[in-house]
Design a protein around this ligand. Structure first.
Ligand code: ADP
Length: 537
């Protein structure tokens, strides 16, 4: 029997904080305040304050596993909470401020949040969630605090003599709730270990590729799966951070991207759609860093968007993940042997969700078993890995895990000869027409390649003869339009005839979830009678 001889260092958040403070201490963290002024600090100051915050929380009775909620935009104080709460042994619960107040109150109650740290500008929302039944033992406000306690006093109250607990890597570090696109929100609790491992792999050159030469602007909110883990990665490797605060409109983002010389950013496709339009309207106004990388995920990145940004000298990098996967699961980067492939192949691959990151394992399975890598056969995407949830916080829906330990994503996918995964739909959104399945997401991605279409969602609508038929809900680009026949002709080359939508509804905007995804439940409700009297084929 051989006994290994290596040190048993627990993978805990203090490793990131110590690294950020000691080796990346001088690196700047810039935050845009609600009044649009820029606040500048460094990792050194943030880490010192995070430790003081941790001590103060311990003094107030926060112990191992206690939840401290945040209701905040992206800024330096939120980063202090990311570090300070788990350093105290507590669990950061990032509340999603875009949810309905009733939903936020439910989530805060479900998680048993003890304290809340909230932005001054979000106090009106706080009042609503309290009216909806949320209760916190203590409330600390970043900014003018009124009747509540002040976050600055909380930080200042940390006494150097107060000991911080020693952390175990299996301890809880943070919790997020699924955004509930397809059901009631469910809690996922990340451990220190899952977070550290996710951080290390997300930083890799073939993953999200962050280094100390980078400046990152995370548009993705810190309340949405920890801004995809990017703040942890940045602190560990020494990436300068630029936080946009509450100002997420394209001109404000472009101002910051340009003035802070940002080299990498991250957000959902809607953000990049808006940025593309602003750049088209004002091509020379915002000088951006050549080769600026924009990580895109949360919903599928339309191929056309990737092409448009390439033309502007900017690179969209498509990634897939979920709350349950911390969130990075797959990244779509061309391997060297495909970099010389023809243009159509390259763009087709980059618009797919890609291949799993190291340590993540995926498979696509249907009722017959693992699907062949034929780019045709659909199955459900299953995933497992050290940062994938093994259950929900309250043990709801255990059927989301297979008996052999895989998480069922609820996403429908297929695999091509290169192993690239392509999501074609969510199980709940697939359309059953005359006994055959249609993948709504595939049609809408193709529609978004039509020159007149800004955005398109395709939904299944009840039909007297076919049980369901696809309906396209479309937003046209300014001053552009197209007839149903033209859109069907455009799609006809790519899909079987029975996949083509029977009708088009033109809308000004497609309703979205808190995470920027199409709210298909709402669209299905609005248009449920669209085919009620249809009789033809
Ligand atoms: P919710 O499940 O409530 O929507 P999440 O934010 O966890 O909340 O979303 C995860 C889901 O988002 C995935 O299961 C997938 O359907 C979708 N998604 C994430 N990234 C992508 C992507 N790159 N392409 C297509 N869909 C994506």
């Amino acid at each position: 029997m051989t006994t290994a001889t290596m040190m048993d260092v627990p993978l805990t958040i203090d490793l990131v904080v110590e690294r950020a403070e000691r080796w990346n201490g001088a690196v700047e963290v810039v935050s845009r305040r609600p009044d649009k002024s820029l606040h500048r600090t460094t990792y050194k100051v943030i880490c010192e304050r995070a430790r003081r915050l941790a001590r103060s929380l311990v003094q107030l009775g926060i112990g191992r596993g206690d939840k401290v909620a945040t209701l905040m935009w992206n800024h330096a104080e939120h980063l202090e909470c990311y570090f300070g709460i788990p350093l105290a042994g507590g669990v950061t619960h990032t509340l999603n401020l875009r949810l309905h107040p009733d939903e936020i109150a439910f989530i805060a109650g479900d998680a048993h949040d003890r304290f809340l740290i909230v932005d001054e500008v979000l106090l009106p929302l706080y009042d609503k969630i309290v009216a909806a039944g949320a209760r916190f033992e203590k409330v600390f406000v970043v900014g003018k605090h009124g009747v509540h306690d002040n976050y600055e006093d909380l930080v200042a109250g940390g006494n150097d003599k107060t000991a911080l607990p020693s952390l175990a890597e299996s301890d809880a570090l943070g919790t997020c709730y699924t955004s509930g696109t397809t059901g009631k929100p469910k809690g996922v609790i990340y451990t220190h270990r899952s977070t550290i491992l996710h951080t290390l792999v997300a930083a890799l050159p073939d993953s999200l590729q962050l280094s100390r030469s980078d400046t990152l602007l995370p548009v993705v909110p810190m309340f949405h799966v920890n801004a995809w883990g990017l703040p942890f990665v940045s602190a560990l490797v020494g990436t300068k951070l630029v936080f946009p605060g509450p100002h997420l409109d394209p001109p404000s983002l472009l101002d910051l991207l340009s003035s802070e010389k940002v080299t990498v950013s991250a957000g959902v496709p809607t953000i990049w759609l808006g940025i593309r339009e602003a750049l088209d309207g004002n091509p020379n106004k915002w000088p951006l860093q050549p080769g600026l990388r924009m990580i895109v995920g949360g919903s599928a990145a339309p191929e056309q968007l990737i092409r448009d940004f390439d033309r502007l000298g900017l690179t969209l990098l498509h990634a897939w993940g979920m709350t349950e996967t911390s969130p990075i699961g797959t990244v779509s980067r061309l391997p060297p042997h495909l970099e010389a492939a023809d243009e159509a192949t390259r763009y087709r691959l980059r618009a797919k969700q890609g291949v799993p990151t190291p340590l993540v394992d995926v498979r696509v399975r249907n009722w017959q078993g693992d699907v062949p890598a034929d780019d045709k056969t659909n199955g459900e995407l299953l995933v497992r890995g050290p940062w994938v949830a093994a259950r929900y916080a309250n043990n709801e829906t255990p059927e989301r895990w297979t008996k052999d330990g895989w998480f069922r994503t609820g996403d429908v996918a297929r695999v091509d000869e290169h192993g690239f995964i392509q999501l074609t739909d969510r199980v709940a959104d697939m359309i059953k027409s005359g006994g055959e399945w249609i993948c709504s997401q595939e049609i809408e991605n193709a529609l978004m390649g039509h020159p007149a279409v800004r955005e398109a969602a395709v939904i299944g609508v009840p039909h007297p003869k076919w049980s369901e038929r696809p309906l396209a809900v479309v937003v046209f680009k300014p001053d552009a339009t197209a007839e149903l026949g033209q859109l069907r002709d455009f799609l006809a080359a790519k899909f079987p005839k029975f996949w083509l939508p029977d009708a088009v509804e033109v809308v000004e905007a497609i309703p979205r979830t808190s995470a920027g995804k199409f709210k298909k439940t709402e669209l299905r409700e609005i248009f449920k009678d669209r085919y009620a009297r249809a009789t033809d084929d």
